[in-house]
Design a protein around this ligand. Structure first.
Ligand SMILES: O=P(O)(O)O[C@H]1O[C@H](CO)[C@@H](O)[C@H]1O
Ligand SMILES: [Mn+2]
Ligand SMILES: [Mn+2]
Length: 390
């Protein structure tokens, strides 16, 4: 097989995992609760692929003859953040969860950090990104002190108004933080969160940038690259893998842009992996606890699915999945520990195959490695044989 296009619908979980209670997430069901909240929810193309036929999926119609093959995947890693989810999809297990700082970062560290960047800071607690910039924005804009916040994820986030601190300086501040947050303070990601002030409202821009740690071992991306093929990363993917194993990286500013750039990549002629992350589901709706907006965002994706299928070449295989849940009706504003869906479509693989419930997100990476004849991933069991046409 020549090429796989893997699209991560960021945070589109399909129901709580058996251990969800340990994460405070019992009863979570991102897709099921969205479908129940949005009475006119309409996703005919995803239904045609077999989304409603997946084990445990609720409130989505079943298709008699699904065009795709489908399954449900549990997460073997300990965690529910984007990095852990994506690394596992790419065949890497995270056994020790990334360190979180629910009460903020230690005072001594903050002092050293402030000295290093030559500015005092504000915040340093767990918060919703859109709320904290409204709350601390006025003081930040008056004093030039960057806003620091974290969440239930392992993140050190730095929000600034780019009219006060230029984007380039924000990125430098993030690089300083990334270098300093090591050892006991190692976070999964430092994230630049630039915003602008427009008509009295603070709006985050698409110049967000994630500074992740490098993967702890080789991933699917390395194996595909090492086999001489292309790894075409779209959206946050390159940041999530800290560029490791990526041969081309394309920035996006929205889901729509991510879909357009995926279609553009499909039209090019090359072998390898197109790996796209669509983050709006998570950042614009899941964390904002907006089930109707989330539902609309899935509908927008659904409307463009035929365009993606049309752009695929004869031998291309499309795989849709997610990296964790983010149930917009669950308490709080963070991710939820959930199963994720996998949908596969292509002329060279079987349709209508129910892969059942599988133990690891990593089965996706293992399958893709086999499809592309690359070296096998560290963990994960390939289900390619089940999909092979006789
Ligand atoms: O509330 P906002 O700023 O969107 O932040 C969310 O996005 C972060 C990274 O994806 C998560 O850790 C969560 O804090
Ligand atoms: Mn995510
Ligand atoms: Mn998130």
């Amino acid at each position: 097989m020549n090429r796989v296009v893997l699209i991560v619908l960021d945070s589109l979980g399909i129901g709580a995992m058996p251990d969800a209670e340990n994460y405070g997430d019992a009863g979570a069901d991102t897709l099921g609760h969205i479908a129940a909240s949005k009475t006119d929810f309409s996703i005919p193309n995803l239904i045609k692929m077999g989304l409603g036929n997946i084990d445990g999926v609720s409130n989505i119609a079943k298709e008699e003859n699904p065009a795709g093959s489908f399954g449900r995947l549990g997460e073997r890693s300990k965690g529910k953040d984007t990095i852990t989810g994506h690394w596992e999809i790419a065949g890497l297990l995270t056994e020790v969860p990334f360190q979180t700082f629910p009460d903020g970062f230690p005072k001594e560290f903050m002092k050293e950090f402030e000295a290093a960047i030559g500015r005092e800071t504000l915040g340093n607690y767990a918060a919703s990104g859109t709320e904290i910039i409204e709350k601390l924005g006025p003081e930040h804009e008056k004093t030039g002190r960057p806003i620091i916040y974290t969440s239930a994820d392992s993140v050190f986030q730095i929000a600034v108004n780019t009219a006060v601190i230029p984007l380039e300086e924000l990125y430098q501040i993030c690089e300083t933080a990334r270098k300093m947050l090591i050892g006991d303070l190692q976070v999964g990601r430092v994230i630049a969160r630039p915003y602008i002030l427009e008509n009295g409202k603070r709006i985050r821009t698409s110049d967000r940038k994630d500074y992740a740690v490098s993967p702890t071992g080789k991933t699917l991306l390395d194996h595909v690259k090492d086999s001489g093929k292309k790894v075409y990363a779209i959206g946050k993917i390159s940041d999530i893998f800290n560029g490791q194993g990526v041969t081309t990286s394309v920035h996006t500013d929205s889901n729509q842009d991510g879909i357009t750039k995926t279609i553009e990549a499909l039209r090019l002629d090359f072998s390898g992996l197109i790996f796209t992350n669509l983050v709006d589901f998570d950042s614009k709706y899941g964390h904002r606890r907006d089930p109707i907006g989330y539902g609309r965002c899935i509908e927008e994706f659904d409307r463009r699915l035929p365009e993606i299928l049309e752009a695929m070449k004869e031998e291309d295989v499309l795989i849709l999945c997610a990296d964790h849940g983010n149930d917009p009706v669950h308490s709080g504003w963070d991710h939820t520990r959930e199963y994720v869906p996998v949908l596969l479509y292509g002329k060279t693989i079987k349709s209508g195959m129910n892969l059942g419930t599988r133990k690891a997100y990593a089965d996706i990476g293992a399958t893709i490695a086999e499809m592309l004849s690359a070296n096998p991933t560290v963990i994960g069991e390939s289900f390619f044989q089940l999909l092979k046409k006789i």
